[in-house]
Structures are given as structure tokens and as C-alpha cells.
Design a protein around this ligand. Structure first.
Ligand SMILES: O=C(O)CCC(=O)C(=O)O
Length: 268
């Protein structure tokens, strides 16, 4: 089966809704490798820091900036993602960061309503020319806290955000938006992906299930939107794309990532 290439319909839907779901973005063989990597990668587990939600649940996140020759890097540099991002962001893109979000069984915490650009704006990006691709490492369901989005909310532009991620976006506006915009629970099978705009309002609930809920997110900035000041995020540098076949060709290769131990949401 050939790898995903974005259709004009998908492009139109993304422009209108702020997101698209791509079923089987990565196939069973590729996901077996990625799931194995996440399972055996002790550095990843150790690097994951905790983010408390408002009700005492604990979400975990490990975040890093490079996209190299290991499995995570090959996914982040794959044509199927990077070409899609280039179309969505209207030109050359570079790797902003990758992250693994982890919700442990029963205790895994929620992510409050926010826009990624609510935070990334503070890193000197003049324009909201950033986007993410979330890949389901585990099945993502309502019960285990799948991504929820407010369809079309990216058209609202950037809202005010609290400094800490779990303060989230200005809830007065989010609540008004909820009266008219459709709230979509993005339930995913393993290997499905969601491409979403950095101004799309999104959240996810706690993990009430007996299984972990892990997601791998690759995030990109447009080359022409490189931060105008020195920040904790990278300036533009060319991203070397790799063929979609590289993931299986290279197989289970894990590198020691340069994990960020500081919450990138907390700006002080
Ligand atoms: O993993 C999730 O459910 C959401 C993560 C998220 O919203 C983020 O990293 O910006």
C-alpha cells in the first residue's frame, strides 16, 4: 500500500475545519516498530515530566527538538508527513519539536482547552504558520482521553492563554465558541493520524481505562516563520526528508534524544 498523499478534499477540509484525520497514516508493521520503541525506550520514560490537570490527574510528556536517524526522527522526516505539512503551511517547513504524550491507566490526566499557538506565539513566531501531526501509538477512545477539537475554531485567531498550560485558553471565549462550533472526539485506531492547525482549540480527557494512552506528535514551523528572537525552540534549519520506506528499512533504532526536561509551556 502506498503512503498517504494529501488530496484536494483533505486540503479543503483542513482549511475549513482546522484538522483532518488520516486513517492508517502508518501501517501495522510501522506501528509495531514504533510501539516497541516506546515500550523499550527507558530514556523516553525517564524524560517524561508530569503535568497536573485541574482535577488531580497526571498527564506526562517527553519533548525533544532534533529529528535524526532514529525511528522517531524517520517518522518526523517522512514524506507523508512533511509534504503534507508543506502543503498545509504553504511552503518549506522545518521540525519544531516532537513529543510523546502519555496517559497512564486510570491516573492519566487531561489536557485543558488550548491552542498550541497560545504558547508558541511567545517563542517569537510572528505568524500562526505551525501545525502538528498526532499519531495514535495506542487506540485513542473517549474512555482513555482521545483528542477533542472544536471544529473550525482556528478561524477565531489566537486567544489569551494562562502561563501554565493547564490554565489553558480564555474559557469565557471557549465556552461561547462551544455553543456554535461542533466538539469532535477524535477516536483513533493505532497508526491513524490527525493533522491540526496551531490555532485549533483542543483538549483531551483523563484516561479512565485500564490501558495506557500514548500519542506521538511531530510539530513543524514554516521556514519563513523562524523565531525573530533566540528562544528555547529552534531557528529554521533545513529538514532532510526521508522516503516513506525508511521506517521499515531502518527498523527499531532508538537514539538517545536530547530531551527537554523543562516544561516548554512554562515561560518563566
Ligand atoms: O496528548 C494529548 O491528548 C494532547 C496533547 C496536547 O494538546 C499538546 O501537546 O498540545
Amino acid at each position: 500500500m502506498s503512503a498517504y498523499r494529501m488530496s484536494d478534499d483533505d486540503f479543503k477540509n483542513y482549511s475549513e475545519d482546522g484538522f483532518i484525520i488520516v486513517r492508517s497514516l502508518f501501517d501495522a508493521g510501522e506501528m509495531e516498530l514504533l510501539r516497541e520503541a516506546v515500550q523499550v525506550d527507558r530514556d523516553l520514560a525517564e524524560a517524561a515530566y508530569e503535568v497536573k490537570d485541574r482535577e488531580g490527574g497526571t498527564a506526562k510528556i517527553a519533548l525533544w527538538q532534533g529529528a535524526g536517524d532514529d525511528l522517531y526522527g524517520l517518522v518526523a522526516r517522512s514524506h507523508r508527513i512533511v509534504d503534507t505539512m508543506e502543503r498545509l503551511l504553504g511552503g518549506e517547513v522545518y521540525h519544531w519539536h516532537s513529543k510523546m504524550t502519555i496517559k497512564d491507566p486510570y491516573t492519566g490526566g487531561a489536557w485543558e482547552w488550548h491552542q498550541d499557538y497560545g504558547y508558541w506565539y511567545n517563542y517569537g513566531c510572528l505568524y500562526p504558520y505551525l501545525a502538528s501531526c498526532m499519531i495514535a501509538v495506542d487506540r485513542m477512545t473517549k474512555e482513555n482521553g482521545c483528542l477533542e477539537v472544536l471544529k473550525g475554531s482556528h478561524h477565531m485567531g489566537r486567544l489569551e492563554h494562562g502561563v501554565n498550560v493547564q490554565l489553558g485558553a480564555d474559557m469565557e471565549r471557549v465556552e461561547v465558541a462551544m455553543k456554535t462550533l461542533e466538539r469532535v472526539h477524535c477516536e483513533l485506531e493505532i497508526g491513524d493520524g490527525i493533522f491540526f492547525h496551531c490555532n485549533l482549540l483542543h483538549s483531551s480527557g483523563q484516561n479512565k481505562s485500564s490501558q495506557p494512552r500514548r500519542a506521538f506528535l511531530c510539530c513543524y514551523n514554516a521556514a519563513r516563520n523562524s523565531p525573530y528572537k533566540v528562544v528555547r525552540h529552534p531557528q529554521y534549519s533545513p529538514l532532510a526528508k526521508v522516503p516513506d520506506s525508511a521506517i521499515k528499512a531502518v527498523g527499531l533504532k532508538i537514539a538517545r534524544q536530547d530531551f527537554s526536561k523543562t516544561s516548554h509551556y512554562q515561560l518563566k
